[in-house]
Design a protein around this ligand. Structure first.
Ligand SMILES: *[C@@H]1O[C@H](CO)[C@@H](O)[C@H](O)[C@H]1NC(C)=O
Length: 841
């Protein structure tokens, strides 16, 4: 099109006419369509690489950097959900500011030259509170979520129309010159439809028709929805999707969620998905004819405030994604995928033109060849074996295929990439404490009791969310127990047994103001039972139960009907009468904490009470507010709070909620060795067992002032603030682990430049840091991984020479992986590699 514009200029068309002509031509061409092979943007079929970045899970100040990192990582598209409960906190009252400024986010993506896939939902799951639904929606009379229900459909349509109309007004759809090339209605509804039958089918049809009727001009997709009605494209979500087939031959094969890792739950270990396996799954999808892949997540981010779902989803939503929670590339995952995207893009002309021809190369090996009539040829060579490297012959040439790997040959000859041979560097990140000791003050939250005047009293037990409407995590349930002078247990010096059944999620039990115990559930089962002998005295005893919600469910059949809070029975056993049922007697309710009502987390609210310090500072005391101030550390490194020593609660900085902390919840379950080869699942390759599920809590830089930042912590269990510190996330060391002769994109440059290429170890420290030391180098048969390399049975004595010479004092460097560089071959006839670890400082 550029050349046409120049031609018109030469013809002497004036600027105004040119503009008119240009916009006419543009709108005539602007289109998004699809066929069996691929999505076509403006008539051009594309292999599209996409990644999920959820705008409220980072700050607007972080968005440009995240989008830029995504672009440099080889992405074409940014995918996001739309977060209904963030945008419509109460019916008809919309909010699109700050982290919820959806239009700003989309425009930033557009400015970076990328497309957008907008997943409106409005059900989004996403480990987000209530799956994205506003809690008020549950209390619309007669409503049932995600089925053929009129009140639900009316609300869903209204919000969907609201979002589409904003996008149209801002001209954000591709057909209007904007970046949105696709939308999504509903989300993973297929499994629900399968359970509920006819009403589900009717709802699917309705949702599809409603969406298509909005005339966005771009395609809609429905993920995990085998019966998605035309023209909506059904798509795949999962760790692997190579065998997925859309429901019509004229729809492209799309993978809307390629899971890059998994979420962390409080009480669970940290999931990790090896980069080699993720790359393998993507290459496998593409070699089987796939043409759209979206990484879920590409940047996971943080569940700030009370936005985490579950219940029990952690505050960190890092997801082991290619960009970490703090916005830094996670290496080698980020770089290994960038190289994969380059390799795939070299094959794009063949991939979008023809279906592959599949031939066997061995028992467990295949070639997928895309050859066009005009002779363009690209090939993928796959080894599905999980144990053995195999040497295959393809087109009369030999190729080494490591276990569980795919090599990519853009010209059907030159291997430029293998999914199990990482050319990108690895990084060892570290959390560096930056503040001198913090000086804390404390304030004791009162244990509420039934005599409080701000409580309501009724017969029996009420469901928690029904009372709080999720305005707070906390609901007090309070009742009185009268103990007669004649009670036998008083003489026998025995204590009655108090038993409490709760629908979840956590419960602190106070008897006469003293903490008698804490119980909590987990993601698998949020329900809990408290059963303890309690000390009761003659007369009125005050039972105060602080029931705590830890995020509302985001997935499950009619999860909107699931309960939280103390629903009973509540019984007292060991009285003269036997067992007394407390469930139906008078209970008083108090919503939230006193400190919440006083806004102790804000600068103005925090001055409304008397805080104590020094020797009076509360230690290991339940229900305590803490505050301190600190100055922002110099530099741009991302920041986090180390909450070691604390139990459970919430954190605020300058009035902004960092989220829920719960380092007291220790990760249980299995952690063990991690071999990239073989089918991945979310229980494989986990780390952090026996440690807090989450110790570090992201503090966005943009929430800080240069000095005097107010940090407020509410602690439920009782903790020790001496363990809290601010830290910055920096690169400790970087590593390369490169095999001789491994496929590299450099091989492609050989073809185009004629220069000889060998694999190289590339190392670089982030801006502001330099390589100060080569901590490890071995050319031969070294073992281990970055951070734990060790020499193997074969080691070139001059292994350190070249890395030290090329790298010390530099920000970036490279070392060729070739025998002569290391003074000769230490073990001929072995496949050698170079492992290097360099310290950045
Ligand atoms: C919900 O709250 C209302 C009062 O607002 C009460 O009448 C009703 O019984 C409660 N339902 C449950 C299940 O707790």
């Amino acid at each position: 099109m550029g050349s046409r514009v120049i031609m018109w200029n030469l013809l002497g068309v004036d600027a105004f006419m040119l503009l008119l002509l240009f916009s006419w031509v543009f709108s005539a061409l602007a289109s998004v369509s699809y066929d069996h092979k691929a999505i076509a943007v403006n008539g051009q079929k594309r292999i599209l690489i996409s990644g999920s970045i959820h705008y409220p899970r980072s700050t607007p100040e972080m968005w440009p950097g995240l989008i830029q990192n995504a672009k440099e990582g080889g992405l074409d598209v940014i995918q996001t959900y739309v977060f209904w409960n963030g945008h419509e906190p109460s019916p008809g009252k919309y909010y699109f500011e700050d982290r919820y400024d959806l239009v700003k986010f989309i425009k930033l993506v557009q400015q970076a030259g990328l497309y957008v896939h907008l997943r409106i939902g409005p059900y989004i799951c996403a480990e987000w509170n209530f799956g994205g639904f506003p809690v008020w929606l549950k209390y619309v009379p007669g409503i049932a979520f995600r089925t053929d229900n009129e009140p639900f459909k009316a609300a869903m349509q209204k919000f969907t129309e609201k979002i589409v109309s904003i996008m149209k007004e801002e001209k954000l759809f591709e057909t209007q010159g904007g970046p949105i090339i696709m939308s999504q209605i509903e989300n993973e509804f297929g499994p629900v439809e399968w359970e509920i039958g006819e009403p589900g089918k009717a709802y699917t049809k309705w949702a599809a028709q409603m969406a298509v009727g909005l005339n966005t001009g771009v395609p809609w997709i429905m993920c995990k929805q085998e019966d998605a009605p035309d023209p909506i494209i059904d798509t795949c979500n999962g760790f692997y999707c190579e065998n997925f087939k859309p429901n019509k031959v004229y729809k492209p094969k799309m993978w809307t969620e390629a899971w890059t890792g998994w979420y962390t739950e409080f009480g669970g270990p940290i999931p990790n998905r090896p980069a080699e396996d993720l790359a393998f799954s993507v290459a496998r999808f593409i070699q089987n004819g796939g043409s759209f892949i979206n990484y879920y997540m590409y940047h996971g981010g943080t569940n700030f405030g009370r936005t985490a779902g579950g219940p029990f989803i952690a505050t960190s939503y890092d997801y082991n994604a290619p960009i970490d929670e703090f916005g830094l590339p996670r290496e080698p995952k980020w770089g290994h995928l960038r190289d994969l995207h380059r390799a795939i893009k070299l094959c794009e002309p063949a991939l979008v033109s023809v279906d592959p021809t599949v031939t066997s190369l061995g028992n467990n090996q295949e070639a997928h060849v895309f050859k066009t009539k005009s002779g363009t040829c690209s090939a993928f060579l796959a080894n599905y074996d999980t144990k053995y490297s195999v040497k295959v012959t393809f087109g009369n040439a030999p190729y080494d295929l490591p276990p569980w790997s795919i090599s990519i040959l853009p010209d059907c000859k030159t291997a430029v990439y293998n999914t199990a041979r990482i050319g990108a560097q690895s990084s060892q990140m570290k959390m560096l404490p930056v503040n001198s000791a913090l000086t804390w003050q404390s304030y004791n939250e009162e244990t509420a009791s039934s005599s409080g005047d701000d409580s309501i009293t009724v017969d029996g037990l009420w469901e928690q969310v029904n009372v709080t409407r999720d305005s707070t995590d906390y609901l007090w349930y309070m009742t009185d127990v009268n103990i007669d002078l004649n009670e036998g247990f008083l003489k026998n010096r025995q204590s009655p047994l108090l038993t409490i059944f709760s629908a979840g999620h956590a419960l602190h039990v106070f008897v006469n103001g003293q903490l008698s115990g804490t119980v909590y559930g987990g993601l698998d089962n949020p329900k809990l039972t408290f059963s303890n002998n309690v000390k009761l005295t003659v007369g009125i005893n005050k039972i105060s139960l602080l029931s705590v919600a830890v995020g509302l469910p985001n997935v499950g059949l009619h999860f909107e009907t699931w309960n939280a809070g103390v629903l009973g029975p509540v019984t007292l056993k060991g009285l003269n009468e036997g067992t007394r049922d407390l469930s139906r007697q008078k209970w008083s309710y108090k919503i939230g904490l006193k400190g919440e009502a006083l806004s102790l987390h804000t600068i103005s609210g925090s001055t409304s009470v008397e805080w104590v310090e020094g020797s009076l500072l509360a230690k290991k005391q339940p229900l305590t507010w803490y505050k301190t101030t600190f100055n922002a550390p110099a530099g741009n490194d991302p920041l986090a709070l180390d909450m070691s020593g604390m139990g459970k609660g919430q954190i605020w900085i300058n009035g902004q909620s960092i989220g829920r902390h719960w380092p007291g919840y220790i990760a249980h379950g299995g952690c063990g060795d991690c071999n990239y080869a073989g089918t991945y699942n979310d229980k494989k390759c986990r780390t952090n067992c026996g440690e807090p599920s989450q110790r570090w809590y992201h503090v966005p830089r943009s929430w800080l002032n240069p000095s005097g930042n107010l940090l407020v912590v509410f602690e439920e269990w009782g903790g020790d603030t001496t363990g809290i510190s601010l830290a910055k996330r920096t690169t400790g060391s970087v590593c390369a682990d490169i095999y001789e002769g491994q496929p590299t994109l450099g091989n492609w440059n050989v073809l185009t430049s004629g220069k000889v290429s060998r694999p190289k170890a590339h190392l670089w420290c982030p801006p502001g840091q330099k390589i100060s030391q080569i901590k490890f180098a071995s050319y031969g048969l070294p073992q281990g991984t970055c951070g734990s390399f060790r020499e193997g049975s074969c080691h070139a004595h001059k292994s350190y020479d070249a890395p030290q010479r090329n790298c010390i004092g530099k920000q970036s460097c490279s070392v060729a992986v070739a025998t002569e560089v290391f003074g000769g071959d230490p073990c001929p006839s072995n496949m050698k590699k170079l492992s290097v670890e360099a310290v950045c400082s």
